[in-house]
Design a binder for this molecule. Structure first.
Ligand code: ATP
Ligand code: MG
Length: 576
């Protein structure tokens, strides 16, 4: 392709609304243009990258025995009512009505549609196992679309669904997909960690995420997930699912008498601990949340933090947020109190479900809110001064240097971008939608399902997060839009142009994806653009051509060597 013809406009500046490098670079290098919030045009260079990622995914999915199909983007509400998700999926689901007033949605994922296909198409165990996948645009009305392609509202996903006769079959299908995912990301030039994760709105029991770790780059905040991992035994999990053994801390408050005392202006745990001169770990924190519109209270030791997804799961919820001050006021009123946040406790509260984190069980002679402003109960003990809630669960966030549950070593934390996700769904959808097959013994049984997603557009953006420098993108060869760019330094120099054209034509004839910068631009502009766009190899034809030499640059390392045009061609052929 000739740069003079290529549809690309590079920009001098980064876009003002971009926070992370992949967003900044993909816009500036002319790969994407925003159409509206969270919705992007994939321009020709981007489309080439996306097709390469897609093809790697396709090859590995096919090699793993999966079959490609394509389901509609638009889905009828009835199917979502069958699975029960029409009411619970929330605002992320883009709902619309057709001209007859029938409710529809734009597919954010396709469990319902695929289950309806299996229900009609699979009658017997003899047709199982089967794994069906598609590559398609998805729509999710994300609450905070941001970071360019990393979190769009419309994005490209590969989604696969497996159907098995039993759990062992599912285990096998799941392992085959995990292996395919490892290969896919490796081929895309991405090192990933497979971590345990929460199953979220998709449902099911076991799930893993494939994370691209991005901690190394100090200023990089593109990793939206915290991943806890053990360097000794390999345990790793998303923070929304991670568990740990806690280090020993002081849990006996040493208050000899249970009494309500004045604790003026102690709105936070830190202020309260400082005022009472006790460690935060002898304070029981009481926090109010709203889960699916219902108030719940979480009790947790003062030195720890609530993990909201874990808390939400205790109540089988789909949505969680911390209660607002006016809502807390309402709860106080209903129960006949008028304390302000900071002084709230579980005792005497009405119309609220309470869950205690495991950490509060061991507390003795502790400090807790008593629903009176500027006062706390000290020297409290469970069963005597305050009832221990019957619901006890692990609802805490793991912290760095907690102990690994598998081997007892210290856990570490890092940031990650989730590029893929695999789930064991079991019978969640097949049972709800009555999708069954006839087993060997003649019995009708629901399919045992798994589902497996990869963000195609997010994977491409994650590759930019991992592979760039201050000059631009450094595409891994396998997903680069072109492999080589040839830059004649001066388009006025006939020899340079002739040699450049010659290399270009030879590489084309060998099937290499090659660009030639034949524009009448200054050398500086052309070289800068080549670095910005991130083509893995650059052959620069300049003054040294009078000695029969060109410059060969490897973008990944920015190393340059001077070689003959023939050797440059040979090197590219070796890479291919
Ligand atoms: P997240 O937790 O990041 O919102 P998710 O868990 O909701 O993602 P899945 O339902 O597991 O996402 O979707 C499968 C894959 O699709 C994800 O692993 C991710 O790579 C990609 N993906 C999900 N949401 C988006 C989005 N808004 N923009 C781009 N890619 C996305
Ligand atoms: Mg996910």
């Amino acid at each position: 392709m000739r740069m003079s013809k290529l549809f690309v406009q590079t920009l001098r500046e980064f876009p003002a609304d971009a926070e992370v490098m992949s967003h900044k670079l993909l816009v500036r290098a002319g790969y994407i243009r925003k159409l509206t919030n969270g919705v992007y045009n994939y321009l020709p260079l981007m489309w080439r990258v996306l097709k390469k990622v897609e093809n790697i995914v396709r090859e590995e999915m096919d090699a793993a025995g999966a079959q490609e199909l394509l389901m509609p983007f638009v889905q009828p509400a009835e199917l979502w009512s069958e699975s029960g998700r029409w009411d619970v999926y929330g605002k992320e689901l883009m709902r619309l009505k057709d001209r007859h007033g029938r409710e529809m949605c734009l597919g954010p994922t396709h469990e319902e549609v695929i289950t309806s296909i299996a229900r009609e198409g699979i009658r017997s165990y003899k047709q199982l196992p089967v794994n069906l996948y598609q590559i398609q645009s998805k729509f999710r009305d994300e609450i905070r679309p941001r970071f360019g392609l990393l979190r769009g509202r419309e994005f490209i996903m590969k989604d696969a669904y497996s159907f098995d006769v039993d759990e062992q079959g599912l285990d096998k299908s799941y392992e085959i997909m995990a292996e395919a995912y490892r290969k896919i990301f490796e081929r895309c030039g991405l090192e990933t960690k497979m971590v345990q994760s929460d199953s979220g709105a998709i449902g099911g029991s076991v799930s893993h995420e494939f994370m691209v770790l991005v901690n190394e780059e100090a200023e990089n905040n593109a990793g939206e997930n915290d991943v806890f991992y053990c360097t000794k035994c390999g345990y790793s999990a998303n923070s929304n699912h991670a568990v740990s053994i806690l280090n020993e801390v002081e849990t006996d408050g040493k208050f000899t008498k249970a009494e309500i005392i004045d604790t003026p202006n102690t709105h936070s745990i830190e202020e309260l601990a400082a005022f009472l001169k006790v460690p935060a770990s002898v304070i029981c924190k009481s926090l109010i949340y709203v889960v699916d519109g219902k108030y719940v209270m979480a009790l947790i030791r003062g030195d720890r933090t609530v993990e909201e997804t874990k808390l939400m799961n205790v109540f089988a919820g789909n949505d969680i947020r911390i209660a607002r001050n006016d809502e807390i006021e309402e709860i106080m009123n209903v129960s006949g109190f008028n304390a302000i946040p900071g002084f709230i406790g579980p005792k005497g509260l009405k119309n609220i479900e309470i869950v205690a984190d495991e950490t509060v069980k061991e507390l003795k002679n502790f400090v807790i809110g008593c629903n009176q402003t500027d006062k706390h109960l000290v020297g409290a003990n469970w069963g005597i001064d305050v009832e221990l809630p019957t619901k006890i669960a692990d609802v805490r966030l793991v912290e760095e240097n907690d102990k690994c549950v598998e081997c007892g070593s210290n856990l570490k934390v890092t940031k990650g971008i989730e590029v893929g996700n695999i789930f064991k769904l079991g019978t969640k959808y097949s049972k709800a939608m009555n999708a069954t097959f006839t087993d060997k013994d003649g019995q009708e049984k629901p399919f045992i399902m798994g589902c497996y997603g990869i963000g195609i557009s997010r994977t491409a953006a994650a590759a930019v997060e991992r592979h760039h420098d201050e000059f631009g993108i450094k595409w891994p060869v396998a997903i680069a839009p072109y492999t080589v760019i040839i830059v004649p330094v001066s388009d006025q120099d006939e020899t340079q142009m002739k040699v450049a054209e010659d290399i270009y034509n030879k590489l084309l004839s060998f099937g290499v994806e090659v660009l030639i910068d034949d524009r009448s631009e200054r050398a500086g502009v052309k070289l800068k653009d080549a670095d910005l766009i991130g083509i893995p190899y650059r052959i620069t034809v300049g003054k040294t051509i009078k000695d029969g030499l060109v410059e060969f640059k490897t973008r990944a390392t920015n190393e340059t060597i001077t070689i003959t045009p023939e050797d440059a061609i040979k090197k590219i052929q070796e890479i291919k």
